[in-house]
Design a protein around this ligand. Structure first.
Ligand code: FE2
Length: 286
């Protein structure tokens, strides 16, 4: 495994056994607890379909909160659940890494800081985190996209750290990616619209690779870390299998890049982004 070489050549790198079985189990247990405590008062469905993209206040205000988003197929037309609550959540986002002690420990590690250094992300800041359930039978497709569309900086610096908390297979909706596709242009950006809500702005008309033919699957076992370049086109299919595919993702940007106020994800003044350094590095700073 040649991390820097793979990342530069392909736009992604796969590190097996990065997170221990114990760390993965702790993360899964904690997500279960969060969902158990979750009292749905306002139902927000997460979907990557552009026309239906959720742009309500809950989504736009989740940058510095911990919010549960429903799976689209978990809600009937009248808003009632079609499956038990614990099987109804698409994801939890977007500040688990700063607000939840279990995910904070999972995210801010010396090992991850080392990976960041190895791939050349300088002065990394931990921007956004998501716990992704990819529920059995109803886990929705995540359309082919580039992460920089949603987390843009000038210049583009966003890197996704995607941790498999369960085995990700062809059947349960593993990641797929376009090797070398990070050398292509950024197609569009997702912005807060001046009049409220959100909108896409097209930057380049080059089509994204067509799934699944123009992508390669990345089936990985529990504990694997997949590092994704912000311009890499990637996709995951719907999960129609009886097995869930839990994953945790953390997106980082460089502190040296400009983060515009039109990005959908914004934080309040009391919760600044923190550098991606592990406990050992933090101890050295004190
Ligand atoms: Fe992504």
């Amino acid at each position: 495994m040649h991390l820097a070489r793979d990342f530069e050549r392909d736009g992604f790198a796969v590190i097996e056994g990065f997170a221990s079985p114990r760390a993965c189990a702790k993360a899964r247990d904690r997500a279960e607890e969060i969902v158990e405590k979750f009292e749905p008062s306002h139902r927000t469905v997460f979907t990557t379909n552009e026309q239906e993209r959720v742009s309500d206040d809950l989504f736009l205000s989740s940058g510095d909160r911990v919010v549960c988003f429903f799976e689209e197929e978990a809600l009937a037309a009248d808003g009632t659940l079609t499956v038990p609550k614990e099987r109804s959540i698409n994801k939890i986002g977007h500040a688990l890494h700063d607000l939840d002690p279990v995910f904070e420990r999972f995210s801010y590690t010396d090992e991850l800081a080392d990976v960041s250094t190895a791939i050349g992300l300088s002065d990394p800041l931990a921007l956004q985190s998501m716990y992704i359930f990819k529920q059995p039978s109803i886990g929705g497709e995540v359309g082919c996209h580039q992460d920089a569309t949603f987390l843009w900086t000038d210049p583009v610096t966003v890197v996704g750290f995607w941790f498999a908390l369960e085995d990700a297979t062809l059947e349960n909706g593993c990641l797929w990616a376009a090797p070398g596709g990070h050398r292509g242009p950024l197609r569009k950006v997702f912005k807060r619209a001046p009049g409220g809500g959100t909108e896409f702005e097209e930057l380049d008309t080059t089509p994204l690779p067509q799934p699944p033919e123009e992508l390669v699957p990345l089936p990985v076992s529990e504990g694997t870390l997949v590092v994704l370049h912000g311009l890499l086109p990637h996709w995951s299919d719907a999960n129609r299998s009886p097995h869930s595919r839990h994953a945790y993702s953390l997106h980082c940007i460089s502190a040296a890049a400009r983060y515009p106020s039109w990005n959908w994800l914004q934080r309040g003044p009391t919760m600044p982004l923190r550098p991606l350094v592990g406990p050992a590095a933090r101890a050295g700073v004190r």
